[in-house]
Design a binder for this molecule. Structure first.
Ligand code: A2P
Length: 345
């Protein structure tokens, strides 16, 4: 299979549009790219780099002759169509939480665990955006020094909640500036009963609450990290917060390594040579990662590296990436590239 037929389900959405851009930018070996969305968008045309793509309604027959189908239209649509797509011969790369924790389905960040792509049943899961950037930054450290514990607090952009959430932030910011009443209709979660303004605010809830008191976003970070690292014994805890940033998730990550005598310089030298990571870490020149400057970039940016004052194996770092790119679209496209490379072997 030298070139493949590709479909993008959710092609009109915040992540779907970026998947198309990344496929074109990276010269992904596609013979055709089919854009799929809901009936509402059928007939719309999306233009990228002067090339026009017509949007079609997603129906089971859409997947006839498709080799790789990227799904990013929400878990319900993945549950409705992913297995159908596989039956019709496609490999599905799913960017929702529908299958991530299914034991037989690989959950992949290529820099960390591309090897698990050797065995799959047609569906491959793309992890949660906040998980991807954290494990990408931690992998070189884990590989060299081992890991015992992670405590993460996130500062997540609204685009992680879809295109409508970006609109909501813009509308509310205008309302705030015009001294109008703020109209909150979507966040923290569309399925919830209460809505709060995101403009000029920070909301310590992403997704619904589990009976444990954690949100599902936090549980995703905890469980997905253990699965990707294949380390059930790893201690992981998370607090996930939505902030009024359009794109770019930031994370304050505390971690404890498994070796004694590791210095900040030891950690830094592993990070500077790692794939997909850019170290921006110089207190003297106030150089550190920020979401505004990560927008549109492929890399995971790491800075504010420092040792915990009290724990001999504890460190802190600040990790930022564009959640729509490495946190979603780019990682999915990299999974597809790794898959083609695995099949060639
Ligand atoms: P549409 O634009 O036609 O509603 P986001 O994550 O930015 O909110 O985007 C969600 C994506 O999921 C959009 O592309 C949206 O298409 C798509 N989608 C929503 N409902 C369906 C559906 N029933 N079938 C296929 N795609 C859907």
């Amino acid at each position: 299979m030298s070139t493949v037929n590709v479909a993008i389900v959710g092609a009109t959405g915040a992540v779907g549009t970026k998947i198309l851009e990344k496929l074109l930018e990276r010269n992904f070996p596609s013979s055709s790219i089919k854009l799929l969305a809901s009936k509402r968008s059928a007939g719309n045309v999306i233009e990228v780099d002067g090339k026009q793509f017509a949007v079609e309604e997603t129906v089971p027959e859409s997947f006839d002759d498709v080799d790789i189908a990227f799904f990013s239209a929400g878990g319900a649509i993945s549950k409705m169509f992913a297995e159908e797509a596989v039956k019709r011969g496609a490999v599905v790369i799913d960017n929702t939480s529908a299958f991530r924790m299914t034991e037989t389905i690989p959950l992949v960040v290529p820099e960390v665990n591309a090897d698990v792509l050797q065995e799959h049943n047609g569906i491959i899961a793309n992890p949660n955006c906040s998980t991807i950037q954290m494990v990408t930054a931690l992998e070189p450290i884990r590989e060299k020094f081992g890991l015992n514990r992670i405590i993460v607090s996130t500062y997540q952009a609204v685009s992680g909640a879809g295109a409508e959430a970006i609109d909501e932030l813009e509308i509310q910011s205008n309302q705030f500036n015009n001294r109008q009443e703020i109209d909150a209709k979507l966040l923290p979660t569309g399925a919830g009963e209460k809505f709060y303004p995101i403009s000029f605010n920070a909301i310590p809830q992403i997704d619904a609450f589990d009976s444990s008191g954690y949100t599902f976003e936090e549980l995703k970070m905890i469980n997905e990290t253990k699965k990707i690292f294949n380390m059930n014994e790893l201690h992981v805890s998370a607090t996930c917060v939505r902030i009024p940033v359009v794109s770019g998730h930031s994370e304050s990550v505390y971690f404890e390594v498994d070796k004694e005598g590791v210095s900040v310089d030891d950690i830094r030298s592993e990070l500077v040579n790692a794939p997909g990571i850019v170290v921006q870490d110089d207190a003297k020149t106030q150089h550190y990662p920020m979401p505004l400057f990560s927008e549109g970039k492929d890399d995971v940016f790491v800075g504010r590296l420092r040792k915990d004052p009290d724990h001999p194996a504890g460190f802190h770092m600040w990790v930022v990436t564009d959640n729509l790119i490495k946190g979603a679209a780019l990682n999915s496209v990299q999974i597809a590239e790794s898959l083609l490379a695995t099949e060639k072997k």
